[in-house]
Design a protein around this ligand. Structure first.
Ligand code: HEM
Length: 167
């Protein structure tokens, strides 16, 4: 059982941080540079169900992580948190949980809305275009800004997890 837990945790944790790093450091800046052409790429990403896959990958990491933490503490989480190792696993876990919540509550809706606005931009009248373009820019800025916060939290979690055992 512990093998399955550890495998799921490290495997999906790596995928979560890796996908998010690609999105934050490469995809978002590239989409911003592409301007109006970015709509097609966003639609193609949607067809590959990225807004569904990412939360599932994150959830598997979170559930297995809290389960492993519970197992490691033998039911005494407060005691484990008083050790340097426990503090690193615990604070890293908390950072990952915060990253997940921010992603679901702020980033995901901004991304979905910006895809809808980008799609309607193609058929909008010239008067509507300026308003829609401004909204698109605002949504993208919010998504990118939150993306950076999520990324920093995830990098903290990854860093803390990778050294926790040796503290
Ligand atoms: C970004 C998300 C996460 C990533 C990338 C990640 C990564 C890792 C890695 C690479 C390890 C192996 C460390 C080692 O064996 O020395 C690990 C172990 C561990 N992680 Fe995470 N983790 C994440 C989220 C979480 C969360 C949310 C928790 C919940 C508290 C958590 C709790 C643990 C625990 C307790 C272990 C030790 C497991 C054991 O006893 O072998 N992790 N994690």
């Amino acid at each position: 059982m512990v093998l399955v837990l550890r495998f799921s945790h490290v495997f999906f944790g790596a995928l979560w941080v890796g996908m998010m790093a690609f999105q934050t450091f490469f995809l978002m800046p590239a989409l911003a540079e592409a301007g109006p052409d970015s709509g097609k790429l966003m639609a193609a990403l949607m067809r590959r169900r990225i807004p569904v896959i990412m939360p599932i990958v994150a959830l598997i990491t979170l559930v297995s992580g809290f389960w492993l933490f519970q197992r490691l503490s033998g039911g005494a989480a407060a005691g484990l948190m008083r050790t340097a190792m426990g503090l690193a696993f615990g604070s890293g876990g908390l950072a990952a949980l915060l990253a997940f919540l921010l992603g679901i509550v702020v980033m995901r809706p901004a991304m979905l809305r910006s895809i809808a606005v980008a799609a309607s931009l193609a058929t909008a009248s010239p008067e509507e275009r300026a308003t829609l373009a401004a909204e698109l820019q605002r949504l993208r800025a919010r998504g990118a800004m939150t993306g950076w916060v999520v990324m920093i939290l995830l990098l903290y979690a990854l860093g803390a997890m990778s050294v926790a055992r040796y503290l």
